[in-house]
Unconditional design. Structure first.
Length: 268
């Protein structure tokens, strides 16, 4: 499989726009606990993932004690993808979800792996090839998806939404590209059960950066991970954001005491 050229967006896709120069919009957002110009976040997040891409899967196993595999398995089960479905895997990274969806949609379906980061997408594409799957792999921005409206039966975002500059815009875009009756599933870090917060904070701000330094040589990227989790909306807040983006029947499922949550919504 090779990287696939972006499909023709059609009349209903948003026009491509040049990124404004840093500070042009005057808006700020968070990068971890820092406040930065909106235009800088994409670049800084790209630096994080380019730095850790070569050890990304190993670090996921170590820092979650392998639980991320169970969280993703639950998400795939909840998606209820069937043969012939079209699936969009946003921020798909090293392709864990795409690999799980591919046999479920069969030869008559499609799975599109997408990521904004070239290094992560390359590793995902290579894993797909190594596992015998010829699937399209597209580098694109979730806030400006290059697909026509009503294109997919299922859209997933696993551990990617919190890194996006304009989360509401990304959610609206997923709603646009879904077919009526289609569903969005967001697997993301969330708010842990309060009695566990002190222990979780110790793990997040002490152990994670130390582990990142030892395995990847980059403590700062895993310090950013811990901070970005705290800045991400709570379960209820994300539920409301999905409803504001047009989704109906939005619910969520806490996993591992709320360390992560899976949100599900439908295009009614």
């Amino acid at each position: 499989m090779t990287d696939t050229a972006l499909p023709s967006p059609g009349n209903d896709a948003p026009p491509a726009a040049a990124l404004p120069s840093p500070g042009q919009s005057g808006q700020t957002t968070h990068f971890g606990f820092q406040d930065i110009a909106e235009e800088l976040k994409q670049q800084k997040v790209a630096g994080v993932f380019s730095s850790v891409a070569h050890k990304y899967d190993l670090m996921n196993d170590l820092m979650s004690f392998g639980l991320h595999r169970l969280w993703k398995t639950f998400t795939v089960h909840l998606a209820n993808v069937r043969e012939g479905d079209r699936v969009l895997d946003i921020a798909g990274g090293t392709a864990d979800l795409s690999l799980a969806f591919a046999p479920r949609v069969g030869e008559s379906g499609q799975v599109w792996l997408t990521d904004i980061n070239h290094d992560m997408l390359t590793r995902g594409r290579d894993r797909l090839i190594d596992n015998g799957h010829t699937l399209p792999a597209v580098q694109c921005d979730a806030e400006k998806l290059p697909f026509p409206a009503n294109s997919f039966d299922c859209v997933t975002i696993a551990f990617g939404l919190r890194n996006m500059t304009r989360k509401e815009t990304a959610l609206t875009e997923t709603h646009r590209v879904l077919r009526p009756g289609g569903r969005l599933l967001v697997l993301e870090f969330s708010r842990i059960w309060k009695p566990l917060t002190p222990l979780y904070d110790l793990y997040s701000f002490k152990l994670l950066p130390w582990l990142g330094a030892k395995i990847t040589g980059d403590a700062d990227s895993y310090r950013y991970l811990a901070e970005s989790i705290r800045m991400h909306p709570s379960q209820r807040e994300l539920q409301t954001s999905m409803e504001n983006a047009g989704f109906g029947k939005v619910d969520y499922f806490n996993l591992s005491a709320g360390i992560v949550a899976v949100h599900r919504g439908y295009k009614i």
